[in-house]
Design a protein around this ligand. Structure first.
Ligand code: FAD
Length: 350
């Protein structure tokens, strides 16, 4: 059982900034995300696009914003359960919650902050007979740990950035990489398309286009795939088949937690602290709705900050919190680090 003060569902920008604001109040956070990496939409949909409306950053790449948010919260030692979807929630007699993921990992916290954005990203699956039977038995829809593929044969299918980037990365890790796409054209960053072309010429990526994986074979785990090109079928022996056809967000199981839902978003009390209709469960960022709601990163940051104050009052009943400026009080990390502005000295000049 993972125990924490604030359990955050969703490691997008809103969830990541919550770690920092909670840390200032000496509250520890743990984040669950269905994706293999933190950053939410910023890392999954548009990591290389510049954002122009983050206060204080005239221009920042979405991927760099994620990196900076992780760096900003690092000293407060957040925990992560990645690649798992929060599935069920049970309220305990003392008002705390146990949240269990689809992989069975249990988390216990007095406060739950849902920062689930548009919902958990679910992989788009190709229509291949028997695909489900091989899931986690050689068929994976996202790459969590590239080391799993070291010295293994890998077939990737897809024509976007993920398929290109992982083919390039795994070319140096796997013993054999085959990239299959149903068109000759790829839809990705120009440098990635060019790099795949180079690796093909070097014999490090076996590129098959226009083609599709149409069959899977193996006894208990994947051993080979059927590839159809120009109506002709061929068989490729492989240890892994990784279809990377993008992810689509779904509010999913959170929709059945007894929360008030309006147009696929969670209704909250925006006049105070973004609490939902259930005491102790808050919803912040893109996932919530209230009059005049704006789905913007900076709004998620603001909502996270006010929510943390409410969490503090739940976790420390009767204790008064006095707002402190970080410029004045500095920051004490949970890792023993301390950041503070240089102190004024009293010293005469000779
Ligand atoms: C192309 C594009 C450009 C954009 N440009 C801008 C811009 O310029 N400025 C701006 O302010 N905003 C922009 N946005 C919007 C911005 O990205 C969102 O407002 C922001 O990502 C919301 O952050 P969030 O943390 O609330 O949610 P998300 O970023 O959506 O993160 C939510 C996370 O929760 C996870 N999750 C959900 N449910 C579960 C569950 N049950 N279990 C586990 N994990 C779960 C998801 O996997 C996801 O990673 C843009 C969006 C897009 C798509």
């Amino acid at each position: 059982m993972i125990k924490t003060d604030i359990l955050i569902i969703g490691a997008g920008p809103t969830g990541l900034f919550t770690v920092f604001e909670a840390g200032l109040l000496k509250l520890k956070c743990h984040l669950i995300d269905a994706l293999a990496q933190p950053g939410g939409q910023c890392s999954e949909i548009y990591p290389k696009k510049p954002i122009y409306d983050i206060p204080g950053f005239p221009e920042v790449l979405a991927g760099d914003l994620t990196k900076n948010l992780l760096e900003q919260g690092k000293q407060f030692e957040p925990g992560f359960t990645l690649g798992e979807r929060a599935e069920t929630i049970e309220k305990q007699e003392d008002g705390s919650f146990i949240v269990t993921t689809n992989k069975g990992t249990k988390h216990h916290a007095p406060v739950v902050a849902i920062a689930g954005g548009l919902g958990s990203f679910e992989p788009r699956k190709p229509a291949i007979e028997g695909l489900e039977n091989y899931e986690d038995k050689g068929v994976e829809y996202m790459i969590k740990d590239p080391e799993v593929y070291r010295n293994k044969r890998v077939v990737i299918s897809g024509g976007g950035d993920s398929a290109l980037d992982w083919s390039i990365f795994l070319a140096d890790v796997a013993s054999e990489v085959t990239l299959i796409h149903r068109r000759n054209e790829f839809r990705g960053a120009l440098d990635s398309v060019e790099k795949v072309g180079e690796l093909k010429l070097l014999g490090k990526i076996n590129l098959i286009t226009p083609a599709e994986v149409t069959g899977l074979h193996g006894d208990g785990k994947i051993e080979a795939v059927t590839v159809t090109k120009d109506g002709e079928e061929s068989r490729i022996e492989t240890d892994h088949f990784i279809p990377l056809f993008g992810l689509s967000p779904k509010l999913g199981p959170i929709g059945n937690w007894g929360l008030e839902i309006e147009k696929n978003a969670i209704k909250v009390d925006n006049s105070r602290n973004y609490q939902t209709n259930i005491d102790g469960i808050f919803a912040i960022g893109d996932v919530n709705t209230y009059p005049e709601k704006l789905k913007l990163i900076l709004c998620g940051f603001h909502e996270a900050t006010l929510m943390c104050q409410a969490a503090y009052r739940i976790i420390n009943p009767g204790k008064k919190y006095v707002l402190k400026y970080t410029t004045v009080s500095g920051i004490d990390g949970f890792d023993g680090s301390r950041k503070e502005a240089p102190k004024a000295v009293v010293q005469s000049i000779q």
